[in-house]
Design a protein around this ligand. Structure first.
Ligand code: ZN
Ligand code: ZN
Length: 211
């Protein structure tokens, strides 16, 4: 992927008041899931890689399962079952990492790097400021890429903190409105989303692959 393409992808993803890095890592792995499921039927490399990692990790096995493609599953898991049967009672080989976890590690590194690198471009930062929010995991990851005196380091921290403050105010409002005295007050649109947004932003979406 070229530099401008990655930067554009990040910019484009900054529309939804969500973490653009989480969104892009997931988008890339979803499209890879699609191609692996197709490859299971036609491509021997796909089947061999599946055996090398002895299947997918639990997280990705469940995501792949949701695609509901019985034939691809019958091929991949049929091979794995035969392989496991041959190896019953024998010493275990070191297995490769789940290929989707590997892909996510790789794309996360690229997006974090280019996010940090693009911060000095005014249009990039303004788009972030107006339309997106980094999750706490990716804020940390981007900050690790910026040296202490980087011109945008403090600005990024301040801007993101303002966004977290706004979210926290919504969470406090939700709690207040559960009090019977204020229960008649309507919820704002952002309050309706805030409790779900907080879970998304505070949960490391890549936890399954960090060991
Ligand atoms: Zn994120
Ligand atoms: Zn995985």
């Amino acid at each position: 992927m070229g530099k401008d393409m990655i930067k554009n992808e990040l910019m484009h993803r900054m529309k939804y008041d969500k973490c653009p890095i989480c969104g892009l890592v997931e988008k890339r792995s979803e499209s890879r899931i699609e191609s692996v499921l197709k490859g299971a039927v036609t491509d021997t490399d796909t089947r061999r890689e599946f055996l090398d990692s002895e299947g997918f990790c639990k997280h990705h096995a469940e995501r792949v399962l949701r695609r509901k493609q019985p034939l691809s599953h019958a091929i991949l898991y049929g091979n794995l079952l035969e392989y496991k049967m041959r190896r019953i009672g024998r010493e275990k080989f070191r297995k490769a990492k789940c290929r989707f976890c590997e892909l996510e590690d790789e794309s996360e590194k690229i997006y974090v790097y280019w996010f940090a690198k693009s911060l000095t471009e005014a249009a990039f930062f303004e788009t972030y400021k107006e339309q997106a929010i980094l999750c706490t995991t990716h804020l940390d990851a981007v900050l690790r890429k910026l040296r202490k005196k980087h011109p945008m380091r403090e600005t990024l921290i301040e801007t993101t903190k303002e966004k977290y403050d706004a979210l926290n105010r919504d969470l406090q409002e939700i709690r207040r409105k559960y009090n019977y005295k204020y229960a008649k007050e309507a919820w704002t649109n952002s309050e309706k989303e805030a409790w779900k947004k907080a879970v998304r932003l505070l949960t490391d979406q890549g936890e399954h692959r960090r060991k």
